[in-house]
Design a protein around this ligand. Structure first.
Ligand code: NI
Length: 193
């Protein structure tokens, strides 16, 4: 398992809700937390490890020692958005790139945790921002799609570089074909969605 980078096609996949969460998926969650900590991230969506499954992880401390801060949000739905706030974001699928994004200041998140317990919380601050960023991932949306107009020119070169690197790897046959990736996603979906 590894974190995929823009413009890998699975980052544009819209994940369908999960119907079940079994022991193999729990192990995948553990592995995803390890990858997230190794990359010093605060959030990671399943499609960032090439899995078309509707869940994401958060640990605002970005620290495995703070395992009490680990959260898993399954089938998240955001509602009751309030206010707008601009803040800088980055993404483990676009390493090194940062830019200002406007998000709702306060939201209500409805989801399920790993034990199947319902989560319904009104959140704000950093957690509200991360939840919006990660839920976007599950809908195939990246923070570069939401950059403030003033942040676009500075990001353009980095985005072009990511695209050129991907095109080069593709041409050299170092990446699975789009058809193979779609087939793999369909297999996961038939099992879990
Ligand atoms: Ni991200």
């Amino acid at each position: 398992m590894q974190i995929i980078q823009y413009p890998h096609p699975t980052l544009r996949h819209v994940s369908k809700p999960l119907q079940r969460f079994d022991a193999p998926l729990r192990r995948i969650v553990d592995e995803m937390f390890e990858l997230m900590y190794a990359a010093k991230g605060v959030g990671l969506a399943a499609n960032q490890v090439d899995l078309p499954l509707r869940f994401f992880l958060v640990n605002l401390e970005a620290d495995p020692a703070a395992s009490d801060q680990q959260r898993v949000f399954i089938n998240p739905v955001i509602s009751r958005p309030k206010g707008q706030k601009v803040g800088e974001e980055g993404c483990l699928s676009l390493p090194g790139l940062y830019g200002d994004v406007s998000r709702n200041e306060r939201i209500t998140i409805h989801a399920y945790d790993l034990s199947g317990n319902e989560i319904r919380e009104e959140v704000d601050g950093m957690l509200a921002r991360v939840i919006q960023h990660e839920t976007d991932h599950l809908d195939g949306v990246l923070f570069i799609d939401r950059l403030a107009p003033s942040a676009v020119p500075a990001a353009r070169e980095a985005i072009d570089d990511f695209e050129a690197i991907h095109a080069g790897r593709s041409q050299r046959g170092e990446l699975p074909s789009d058809e193979e990736l779609a087939k793999r996603r369909a297999e996961w979906e038939s099992k879990y969605c």
